[in-house]
Design a protein around this ligand. Structure first.
Ligand SMILES: *Cc1c(COP(=O)(O)O)cnc(C)c1O
Length: 414
């Protein structure tokens, strides 16, 4: 490694300066320069250790450097690394089959198919193209929600709601309308036979871990079915076990038993390797795109597919969905139970949680947490997001809860 990535020890300040001189300033200054990870821990260039309660934004479900993931990726790369989609690989086929097994509690309906991509935004882009193909020119409208985040490429960006992300890139692909969040009447009023798709996150991650109100998804399913529109669920952040079930919509109180037409996955799917997936449920949605109508060079890459299979294997072998539910409950109850004046409540599901604050000091709280050795995320001015790896232990969660009052006191003084 040393010959390829020069590792001469340098203080973090030097790395930060070199970062600024070499990388585009799309993310703002990095908070730390990280050099190593193990389990839920990461170390920075100055040797400081942090408990990673964000997991690369809900990505590293097995934590860092998980031995099963490392060996699966290494073995696949040492066997066959990339072939393009002129060819198939057993790894890619296995992954698609596994996704069809878990995407619905009893397996995907007959005729369902998977498209493998490389990121969340790219998978959403694929879902957008499916929506465009559905009903052809007779269905020019796509409905999404205020607060929605669906990615940054042009189609996905058209579905994303935030003006600061969209406005500099106008004109975006047309036909997308954003409806008030969680308002069934507004959805019913907007629905029509000219709607190609309704696009929803079961819980809006980037909007501050905001769950759809109970009953909304079921109502959306009923309305889309009645009008012949597709129901597209963006489970990029909420899927693959993050909420304690394989998919967030599998929870009765979230999904209400609905089967969507399309489920979009990414983030945690391959435990840290770049991947996205569009799962089209049933023959209708699964046959909207034919040969030549969509593609990607890397999608289905065997190394990344092996990472996804290894991640799913460990989640099942080590009963991590149960661990997600238990750790989530522990964090939620522990933080609520602190009775701290800055905590308004905790919302979310499983290990996708937001600590809601009574004042808009999430940035300051996240900064104080970092100084105290915890990585968390100020996802909204008044919301601190926690999305730890599924392997977080009860002791580690308890330590965070114990240290949180001091962090809140420090962050709350500004
Ligand atoms: C992160 C995210 C995306 C975009 O995924 P990228 O891999 O960052 O492109 C899309 N939808 C949701 C709900 C997300 O959380």
């Amino acid at each position: 490694m040393t010959e390829i990535v020069p590792e001469s020890p340098q203080p973090a300040t030097v790395w930060a300066e070199r970062y600024g001189n070499a990388l585009m300033n799309t993310f703002g200054p990095p908070q730390r320069v990280l050099v190593r990870g193990e389990g839920p821990w990461v170390w920075d260039a100055d040797g400081a250790r942090y408990l990673d309660l964000l997991a690369g934004i809900a990505v590293n479900t097995l934590g860092h450097a998980h031995p099963t993931l490392v060996s699966a990726v290494s073995a696949q790369l040492g066997t066959l690394g990339h072939v393009s989609n002129f060819f198939a690989t057993p790894t890619q086929v296995h992954l698609a089959e596994r996704l069809l097994e878990i995407v619905e509690p009893d397996g995907a309906p007959a005729g369902s198919r998977v498209f493998l991509a490389n990121s969340g935004t790219e998978a959403m882009e694929g879902a957008f193209k499916l929506a465009r193909r559905h009903g052809g020119g007779a269905r020019p409208r796509i409905l999404a929600l205020e607060g929605a985040f669906h990615g940054r490429t042009m189609g996905a960006l058209a579905l994303t709601h935030k003006a600061a992300y969209r406005d500099p890139f106008a004109p975006l692909p047309g036909g997308v309308e954003h409806l008030p969040f969680g308002d069934v009447d507004a959805l019913a009023a907007a629905m029509g036979d000219d709607v190609a798709a309704v696009v929803l996150e079961p819980l809006q991650g980037e909007a501050g871990v905001r769950p759809l109100p109970p009953g909304y998804l079921a109502a959306a399913r009923e309305l889309t079915t009645r009008h012949g529109a597709l129901l597209i669920l963006d489970e990029v952040q909420t899927g693959m076990g993050r909420t304690g079930r394989w998919m967030a919509h599998h929870h009765e109180h979230i999904g209400g038993g609905v089967v969507p037409d399309i489920v979009v996955l990414a983030k945690g799917l391959a435990g840290g390797m770049p991947i996205g997936a569009v799962v089209a449920l049933g023959e209708g949605p699964a046959t909207l795109l034919g040969p030549g109508q969509h593609g990607t060079t890397f999608g289905g890459n065997p190394v990344v597919s092996a990472a996804a299979l290894a991640t799913m294997h460990v989640v099942e072998r080590d009963h991590l969905l149960t661990a997600v539910t238990e750790r989530g409950r522990q964090l939620r109850d522990g933080i609520s139970g602190l009775g701290h004046p800055l905590v308004a409540g905790v919302r979310g599901e499983g290990l996708l949680l937001a600590v809601m604050l009574t004042r808009p000091v999430a940035k300051e709280v996240a900064q104080a947490a970092l100084e105290a050795g915890y990585i968390v995320n100020p996802v909204a001015p008044d919301a601190v997001r926690l999305a730890p790896p599924f392997v977080l232990s009860a002791e580690q969660a308890a330590q965070f809860v114990a240290d949180l009052p001091a962090v809140l006191d420090t962050g709350g003084t500004v």
